[in-house]
Design a protein around this ligand. Structure first.
Ligand code: PFF
Length: 476
């Protein structure tokens, strides 16, 4: 990052490409390969996938452009960006709360992200050590996974290692090494996924798997599933919490925001869909349950590696690349609060990164225990009125709650507020000036941001708690 048109003391990406790489690095991660397949499995497949893609295009993309726009216009961390933009546009200073909630969401997401990335790290060593070499059956592979997650000590060790890696990179400034990591390693990850797809195509239930993903059955769709699809879009695109805003704040003025965001969203969606097309054929070919939850990738992919030539090598490489994908996302989760501390507190990057990483690390303990010693603690949250009861969630572990609150509530809510601010409270000329798009493209974006995104998010929220009594709303 250089500093020509940035605010004093702040960095700038060296080019539009550098931003695309960083933002793609943020977007593509465990959300695509771990979370998307298992959440799709839990929500019945096709109809969920269709909704997810619609949410990415009609809600996610316009909000992503708005986030980048706000960041670049303010050239500050998300909290101060919202404060200064609100001031410039003559609006209430309370808009800082969008930045604050985003940072809180970032800590919470990072806390479990690091734990799951720890599982991936553990799998690098299990793959390389040949643990799955002779594990051709689903049961043995499943046992390796259960053994791992039922041991809090081991999970803690991997979680700590991953968090230290994240902090170390953010401490040095996000640009060092990141460009190279994303430029070469992401295409390599994509390459292995394509290879796995070729393998999946030879399995007996290939068609069944692909059908599961692409043939929608709206009968299976609950109000909660619609909420999950939208939450998945926000999570996967890293939206609603300031990560993309802070990256946008380092974007050179001449770069086209629209083209950049379309590239990022397309790459992100491609990786998620490909991961699903690999995993579901393996699920059905081995008689596994698509709705088994967060263990899905860990109990399916090793089977594929065990059965393919050079599987140990390919599998090890795959998990290594997935660690890189996770790191390029986790650093973007840590960057907003670190930028805030840097621009407000008197401390250096290393200290700021250390403090923020420590907070997320402590929160991560709750996720670790959710899979073992706290596995039986489950909570339900409902709003009870005399005539109606709105169930927000039911029977969820600590991890489930953090995941649910961040992805399905905080990120869409953050996105909704960003859309409202950018499209209703900012002057239209400010948006036009920053986006520099031609007439009808701008109008389309503005329409999506002004009406479609807020209405969609609002209705999906209300529907999910069963306010309308539409498709199976409530519970879940
Ligand atoms: N988009 C990342 C993924 O799909 O793995 C996760 C993520 C990163 C979510 C950054 C939110 C965020 F701000």
């Amino acid at each position: 990052m250089h500093g020509n048109d940035a605010a004093p003391g702040r960095g700038l990406w060296t080019s539009r490409l550098a931003f695309i790489l960083a933002a793609t690095g943020s977007a593509v991660g465990l959300g695509n390969v771990w979370r998307f397949p298992y959440v799709t499995g839990e929500n019945g497949g096709g109809a969920f996938v269709l909704l997810y893609v619609v949410c990415v295009a009609a809600v996610g993309l316009p909000i992503m452009m708005a986030e980048v726009m706000l960041g670049r216009r303010a050239r500050r961390n998300p909290i101060d960006a919202m404060r200064s933009l609100a001031e410039q546009e003559g609006r209430s200073p309370q808009w800082v709360w969008v930045g604050r909630m985003g940072m809180a969401a970032g800590f919470l997401i990072l806390s479990f992200y690091s734990v799951i990335a720890g599982w991936i790290l553990a799998y690098v060593f299990r793959m390389a050590g040949g643990v799955f070499h002779n594990a051709q059956d689903a049961e043995t592979v499943g046992r390796v996974f259960t053994d791992l997650i039922s041991d809090p000590e081991r999970l803690l060790a991997w979680h700590t290692i991953f968090m230290v890696i994240t902090v170390a990179i953010v401490a040095r400034g996000v640009e060092h090494g990141l460009e190279r990591a994303v430029r070469y390693l992401m295409p390599a990850l994509f390459g292995i996924l394509v290879l796995l797809f070729v393998y999946a195509a030879t399995t007996p239930a290939f068609l069944e798997g692909v059908e599961f993903m692409f043939v929608p059955d709206f009968g299976k769709l609950s109000g909660q599933a619609v909420l999950e699809a939208m939450g998945m879009a926000f999570f996967s695109l890293s939206l609603g919490m300031g990560a993309i805003m802070v990256y946008g704040s380092y974007l050179p003025r001449e770069a086209s925001i629209a083209r950049t965001c379309i590239t990022v969203a397309a790459a992100d969606t491609a990786v998620a869909l490909l991961a699903g097309m690999v995993i579901f054929p393996i699920v059905f070919s081995n008689g596994l349950a698509p709705a088994q939850g967060p263990g899905l990738v860990f109990t399916t992919l090793p089977l594929a590696f065990a059965q393919m030539p050079l599987g140990t090598l390919v599998g090890t490489l795959f998990f290594i690349l997935l660690v890189f994908a996770a790191v390029t996302s986790s650093i973007s989760l840590l960057e907003p609060p670190v930028a805030w501390l840097l621009e407000n507190g008197r401390m250096d990057r290393a200290k700021a990164a250390g403090i923020c990483g420590f907070i997320a690390w402590v929160l991560g303990l709750g996720t670790i225990f959710s899979f073992n010693i706290w596995a039986d603690y489950k909570w339900t949250l409902s709003l009870d009125f005399t005539r109606v009861q709105y169930v927000l969630f039911r029977d969820k572990t600590f991890f489930d709650i953090v995941d649910f609150l961040t992805a399905n509530i905080m990120l869409p809510l953050g996105g909704l507020l960003i859309a409202l601010f950018a499209a209703h409270l900012m002057r239209r000329e400010s948006c036009e000036d920053e986006l520099a798009m031609d007439g009808w493209h701008f109008n389309l974006w503005y329409f999506l941001l002004r009406y479609v995104a807020p209405v969609a998010v609002g209705l999906i929220f209300l529907n999910a708690i069963g306010v309308f009594g539409w498709v199976g709303g409530g519970g879940g």
